[in-house]
Write a new protein. Structure first.
Length: 165
């Protein structure tokens, strides 16, 4: 009996159940439901990566602009593209892998914010309010770099676990 108690169980990353929005939920926020079912094949981790590498359709940007209070200029800054160039894309044109990744990560942070803060109005206000934990910068200002995304995600984790930020 003591032998069984002394055996340690190896944990995988999945066992930790770190709070992160389901990838399918992120894509359903980016696209209309029928679009996800019929045109995208992004149902597993590797397929999500392939979808990002292949380019997310510009239609996702229209959906983000419609569902959030983020302006086209703010979103174009996050995606490292001018608003003028963004306007030239057709709705089915594909974003570059870099732009697709930043759009996916922005959406993942936004959806996580909804899960933690409760609703889109609160997330929209939180994104533009200077945050002391971020050096008095707005979270939205930092989402154009991978380090900024990490910092904003960390602050959301602090809020989720009861540390006020």
């Amino acid at each position: 009996m003591a032998e069984v108690a002394n055996r340690s169980k190896k944990l995988s990353i999945a066992d930790l159940k770190i709070a992160s929005p389901d990838e399918g939920y992120v894509f359903s926020f980016l696209f209309p439901e029928d679009y996800v079912k019929n045109k995208l094949n992004c149902d597993g981790d590797s397929n999500i990566i392939d979808c990002i590498r292949g380019g997310i359709p510009r239609l996702a940007i229209d959906n983000i602009l419609e569902k959030t209070n983020v302006s086209k200029t703010q979103l174009s800054n996050i995606l490292h593209i001018s608003a003028r160039q963004l306007n030239r894309y057709g709705k089915d044109d594909l974003l570059s892998p870099e732009q697709s990744n930043f759009l996916y990560e922005f959406t993942r942070i936004y959806v996580r914010g909804i899960d933690i803060l409760g609703d889109t109005a609160t997330v929209d206000k939180w994104l533009v309010r200077p945050n002391m934990a971020l050096g008095d910068k707005q979270p939205l200002e930092l989402l154009d770099t991978s380090e900024g995304l990490r910092m904003v995600n960390d602050v959301l984790s602090q809020i989720e676990y009861g540390f006020y930020s």
